[in-house]
Ligand binder design. Structure first.
Ligand code: GLU
Length: 478
């Protein structure tokens, strides 16, 4: 059996991070099993579906590196892959069900249905369709349709329970009586979601359905339809919901939920996928940081987690930082440099300096754009307002350090140096310790205060050799 899985988004907006996660799980599973991953566009909601969103979602999937083997843009032997282009197929499959007496035209009007519902409520009856049109003969319905009367197609529900084995949830049972005869085709010939999904998954030979838990209840109607068609039921895995820290379903009010926004914020696609992969699945070697696309056969369906996954942007940022740091420094430089304004002095520095700077600061970078803030310490002549800085400047030892360093920097300037070296810096600090007899906090805080005008920051022996001598001279008032 060739594994065939699908991601079936509705093109009603940009790709949601939950959708990206579903798409990734399907693609990784297909890859691990040597199967096929299909993209199907579920655009039967004609009011909300737009072609521009289909295009955008395909672009977003591409940005993430999730590519499909079959789909509306690449074709395939089970097409068309847009539901709006499959209406003739739904009609044929719905006719099949009518033929087998598993479905029937229903002529009840909205007003009649509302009245039935109110009647059921008043009499404590289950709020399900009462089956009126089930009993209309074939000939009578044909005549009514021929006269132009509008009809939906309803599925004739059997009175029995249904169950199935879910890859994540385990054994799931739906007791009988949960649903009444439900609509599968609207009067305008547009199929209802549950019907279209079963027709498509059957005719596209889908073997495994990996989708979000919110679809678990739909599985009941889908099982009924598979049974009526006599089609093989795919293996279902309903992966846990993404929720916010307030345990509510992830929505816009929790922050950015569309992949596009993460792209705009400069997240690395591998990092976003890595984080999403961990929300509902765990790595067999307990790894937290990895590139999902390299999982190969390590990806399987046994490691899905049952509980809802809390979306935590801090963890995502941490993982992004891990992916940024894993890149070669040359690549970090190329990307980070793009985020620095054109007139910034960073751009005037030579390649060697830039690479050394990245080496020093990359440990503090979660994002490429973090570099701008980090290099500030190499160029600014601003003075900190921090109380600790003011205290250090006020110590009686600090003016002595300043005097000494002023002399050293002046000599370096006379010698036409542009930077001092780590060795120079080490000599300075040895001198302050040995000759000026200043040790411990007064030594390192004093040197930092004098040389950077700050109370805190990265190790001086790394940042002082990267600070242009003219900046040090300005700070020390030469
Ligand atoms: N179109 C559905 C959605 O966007 C997909 C449902 C399914 O995977 O069966 O949620």
């Amino acid at each position: 059996m060739t594994v065939r899985v699908r991601f079936a988004p509705s093109p009603t907006g940009y790709l949601h991070i939950g959708g990206a996660r579903t798409a990734m799980y399907n693609q990784l599973f297909a890859k691990a099993m040597g199967g096929k991953y299909i993209l199907r566009i579920e655009d039967t909601d004609t009011e909300r579906s737009e072609r521009k969103f289909e295009t955008a979602q395909i672009e977003d999937l591409k940005w993430l590196g999730i590519t499909h083997d079959e789909g509306p843009d690449v074709g395939g032997e089970y097409g068309p892959y847009r539901q709006s282009e499959r209406l003739h197929i739904y009609k044929a499959w719905s006719d099949k069900l009518i033929e087998k007496k598993h479905a029937y035209p229903c002529f009840c009007t909205e007003a009649e249905l509302t009245a039935k519902k109110e009647h059921a409520e008043k009499n404590n009856l289950p709020p399900v369709y009462d089956g009126t049109c089930r009993h209309i003969t074939r000939a009578d319905s044909a005549a009514r349709i021929a006269k132009g009367e509008e009809a939906v197609i309803r599925f004739h529900v059997q009175n029995k329970s249904y169950d199935f084995q879910d890859g994540v949830r385990g054994h799931v049972t739906f007791p009988e009586g949960m649903v009444g005869d439900f609509v599968i085709m609207r009067a305008n010939g547009i199929p209802v979601y549950n019907f279209a999904v079963v027709v498509d998954d059957s005719s596209m030979k889908i073997t495994h359905v990996i989708r979000a838990e919110e679809h678990l209840n739909n599985t009941l109607r889908q099982l009924m339809l598979y049974e009526a068609f006599g089609e093989k039921i795919p293996e279902f895995s309903h992966v846990s919901l993404l929720i916010g820290e307030d345990r509510q379903k992830l929505s816009k009010r929790h922050g950015a939920t569309s992949v596009r926004l993460y792209q705009e914020m400069n997240y690395l696609p591998t990092a976003l996928l890595n984080y999403l992969c961990l929300l509902g699945w765990s790595h067999p070697n307990e790894l937290d940081v990895f590139d999902p696309q390299t999982l190969g056969t390590l990806f399987n369906l046994n490691r899905f987690t049952k509980s809802s996954a809390i979306y935590d942007v801090n963890k995502l940022n941490f993982i992004n930082g891990q992916h940024v740091r894993a890149l070669p420094i040359e690549s970090i430089l190329i990307e980070a440099e793009k985020t620095i304004p054109v007139n910034h002095p960073f751009h005037k520095m030579d390649e060697g300096w830039k690479l050394r700077t990245i080496t020093v600061f990359k440990e503090k970078m979660n994002f490429f754009q973090d570099l701008l803030g980090l290099v500030e310490i190499l160029f600014t002549t601003n003075v900190s307002e921090d109380a600790e800085y003011k205290e250090a400047i006020g110590w009686e030892t600090t003016p002595k350090i300043r005097e000494y360093l002023r002399g050293e920097i002046e000599i370096a300037l006379v010698n036409k140096k542009k930077f001092v070296t780590v060795e120079d810096y080490n000599i300075w600090s040895e001198h302050v310790k040995g000759e000026l007899k200043i040790k411990g906090k007064p030594l390192f805080m004093g040197m930092r205060a004098v040389l950077t005008h700050q109370a805190h920051g990265s190790d001086l022996k790394f940042i002082i050799p990267l600070t242009p001598l003219e900046v040090l001279a300005t700070r020390i008032k030469l």
